[in-house]
Design a protein around this ligand. Sequence first.
Ligand code: TXA
Ligand code: MG
Length: 345
Amino acid sequence: MNTQLLPASPESLSLAAELLQAGRLVAFPTETVYGLGASAFNRNAVLSIFAAKGRPADNPLIVHIHDRSQLKGLCTVPESALPLMDAFWPGPLTILFEKLPAVPDEVTASLPTVAVRMPSHPVAAAMLKACGLPVAAPSANSSGRPSPTLAAHVWEDMQGKIPLILDGGPCDVGVESTVLDLCHGVPTILRPGGVTKEMLEAVLHTEVALAGSILRPLKPDEKALSPGMRYKHYAPKAVVTLVEGEEQAVLSRLRDLFLQETARGKKTCVLCFSEHLELLKDCNPHDIGSGDHPEEIAHRLFQTLRSLDEENMESVFSEVIPPEGVGLAVMNRLGRAAAFRTIRV
Ligand code: TXA
Ligand code: MG
């Protein structure tokens, strides 16, 4: 298949709308990561998303809307969701609702709930408006690769598999949306993202729980609250190890690990804060952003993970940030990239 990579323009948005209405796939930018969209009401179109990504069929998709009136055709909306939609839509918050029968099981992996979000990216909003359809869209990466935050990443993974990629430049947030479950008692974050636990609690005036497996692997007999958590994700080909502890001890251990792996003939690097680049300059340092600005680390995380593959890196050692605010989303993705392998010093 010939894949067109076009800058977002009135013409390419009309083409995107026509393709979506015809049951075809379109990759598009959102404020979090690029999505791979299809009409949420077209079963075959939705199935072709799973084929293009190589995604397991039991991992449900998020439905994207541009106007709350579209919820009527998709789900029932509890009172408790209203203040959240007022505060965070459009934006990087996905909410689980009880689904209506009109939503195909292919979208929700036969679950009784449907995940919905209203993206704030102007290209996403314009595309959703132009096609007039709710659009089911996972991240536009091949299953198991880091999510795409540039149109070039989508091209790497989807070239030849889909007809159109809309280029809207780099994604602002850089990690996927927060997924919030309101359907089962205590509001629970299933996947942390740009809208933080602290921000949700300030609006809900109640405590928000975190799914157990956000900062550790699922136990063998543990049921995943969100099917996506079962799968190996965000994984570069390199073996990634996190190094945690007091600053000077971490820096000295990163240096030792780098030298040790290099002596074994491994292609190695360290992922470190901008503040530590100079100190680690002999250890092939890769700048993950300022340790004081988790938003900056989130913004470039997936791009950094992709670059490790391009460089054929074999072992990677990384600093960590406190799992607070957006730092929780960063540590969830980085932790999974490392299969939660951690050295404490
Ligand atoms: O920021 C984002 O959310 C991006 C952009 C494109 O909007 N999308 C995204 O989709 O990250 P995806 O498919 O890569 O991740 C969706 C996550 C998965 O972990 C999935 O298991 C979970 O949401 N999910 C979807 N529907 C669910 C449901 N009904 N119940 C529990 N988890 C659900
Ligand atoms: Mg994904």
